[in-house]
Design a protein around this ligand. Structure first.
Ligand SMILES: *[C@@H]1O[C@H](CO)[C@@H](O)[C@H](O)[C@H]1NC(C)=O
Length: 456
């Protein structure tokens, strides 16, 4: 009986070890990271230059579990830059931060020294009302920012280690699962951002603030700011932008909701989460992509006569972003398509809603382009949002002005007729002058008729 219980205990221990191994060391990565800090100059001041060193972060979810420390740190990494990080929320154990061994692509990771300080921002200041800095802040603080493979996730954390221990704990992490978002015009957009706070930290429980900023080519604006301590939104809120306040307070869901995507919404968004004295932020990109509507004028095309040149205009409108390729094609009655070039493309115009339009004019020379009896004239617009096209039917009718062969034939007929008349008149003139007078009249009539025939 005792033997059985020993076996039972042993297997239970093995099982627990196995579970632990799975949950901590195997799914949480050892991250290669750049340790970046500002260089201090000779006088002790900052020179503005930065230094960059390779570092290694061993991640675990539980301070008591052992990380795979036995793994030898690569020789090019300074042992002082090898850190142990405890991340109870397992944010840093995201799959996209743990690529298969030997994979060429690596997640991006940077770690920097961080100094906690109160913020003057109106929506953050209430968090540090008392003006006191807890002793808790006197420690080694670091911030990390990471991006997973294929932009699957962006994570930023603030970590604290009791001075000179190198045993860091994640205190605040901010995560986005929508690093790069595309949206059609007019659709609702969700820019994901969530945060986690270590509830055992003295910084938790005294409120938080969330700020969303927009940044595009040096142009920045505040989209929304929320003071979670006093439950107040900043006045400078953008129209149609909101948060899920319930989700924010209950689950740290700080996602920004834009009710209707507009062209001017395209750009970078920074989600910042503030706790008293500390802040972490992630950056997301939104691109509003709308393919063009394409039409051809005039439609239908007028009937073309062989040899004539028609002008067709293709108008692509309502698209964003700006880049567009316009081209023309011709599909004959036999069903075969061939390119007709890009025509003469005009500059773009921008509409009130920020979308662009552009047009191309095509000269359809029915003889030079060898269009036969006609077919479909197609305008193709290639855009990031997809390929769009429009077509019109071209009908080319035969001749109205006579061809060279026809003219030659008519001249021939006239000559023969003229000869015939000459002959007849000569015969009659020689037979009698009286009759000749009448005959002459007849010949004149015939000549006239002959002319008429030529005319036809
Ligand atoms: C966050 O809130 C938004 C809006 O309510 C919701 O669509 C999204 O699924 C939430 N995200 C999480 C992780 O709960």
């Amino acid at each position: 009986m005792t033997e059985l219980s020993t076996i039972y205990k042993l297997s239970l221990v093995t099982f627990i070890c196995f579970i632990k191994a799975c949950s901590s060391s195997s799914s949480c990565p050892v991250l290669e990271c750049w340790f970046v800090q500002e260089k201090t100059g000779r006088g002790g001041g900052l020179t503005g230059a930065t230094s960059q060193e390779k570092s290694l972060l061993h991640i675990r979810t539980d301070a008591h579990s052992h990380t795979a420390k036995s793994q030898q740190a690569p020789s090019d990494i300074n042992p002082d830059r090898v850190y142990s990080i405890t991340d109870p929320a397992a944010t840093l154990c995201h799959l996209s931060l743990n690529p298969p061994r030997g994979s060429v692509e690596k997640p991006q990771c940077e770690i920097n020294p961080f100094s906690p300080q109160p913020s003057d921002l109106k929506w953050v200041a209430p968090l540090t009302d008392s003006g006191l800095s807890p002793i808790y802040l006197e420690a080694d603080w670091f911030s990390t920012s990471l991006q997973g493979l294929n932009k699957q996730v962006a994570i930023s954390t603030i970590m604290r280690a009791p001075t000179a221990t190198k045993e860091h704990n994640v205190i605040l992490s901010v995560t986005s699962n929508t690093v790069s978002v595309q949206s059609r015009l007019g659709e609702p957009v969700l820019l994901d951002c969530g945060f986690w706070v270590d509830s055992s930290s003295p910084l938790s429980g005294s409120g938080f603030a969330v700020e969303w900023r927009y940044q595009f080519r040096g142009d920045g604006r505040l989209v929304l700011a929320y003071d979670g301590k006093t439950d107040r939104l900043a006045d400078a809120k953008e129209k149609g932008a909101t948060l899920d306040f319930e989700g924010l307070h209950e689950k740290g869901n700080a996602s920004l909701i834009l009710q209707e995507a507009e062209v001017r919404h395209s750009g970078m968004y920074i989600c910042s989460v503030y706790l008293p004295h500390i802040v972490a932020q992630v950056t997301l990109e939104l691109e509003v992509v709308e393919p063009p509507s394409v039409s051809i004028y005039p439609s239908p095309l007028p009937l073309a006569v062989q040899g004539q040149t028609l002008t067709a205009q293709c108008e692509a409108s309502g698209f964003a972003p700006l880049s567009l390729e316009l081209s023309w094609e011709f599909q004959g009655i036999d069903g075969k398509s061939r390119p007709l070039g890009s025509g003469s493309v005009t500059g773009h115009r921008q509409a009130w809603d920020g979308t662009y339009s552009q047009s191309s004019q095509l000269e359809l020379d029915t003889t030079k382009l060898d269009l036969g009896r006609g077919g479909e004239v197609i305008c193709v617009a290639v855009h990031l949002g997809g390929k769009r096209q429009a077509s019109v039917t071209l009908n080319v009718i035969g001749f109205s002005t006579p061809s060279i062969e026809d003219s030659m034939g008519m001249v021939g007929v006239a000559l023969v007729l003229y000869g015939l008349i000459k002959f007849v008149s000569w015969t009659f003139t020689s037979s009698g002058s009286d009759v000749a007078g009448q005959q002459e009249k007849l010949v004149k009539d015939q000549k006239l008729r002959g002319f008429k025939m030529v005319m036809f």
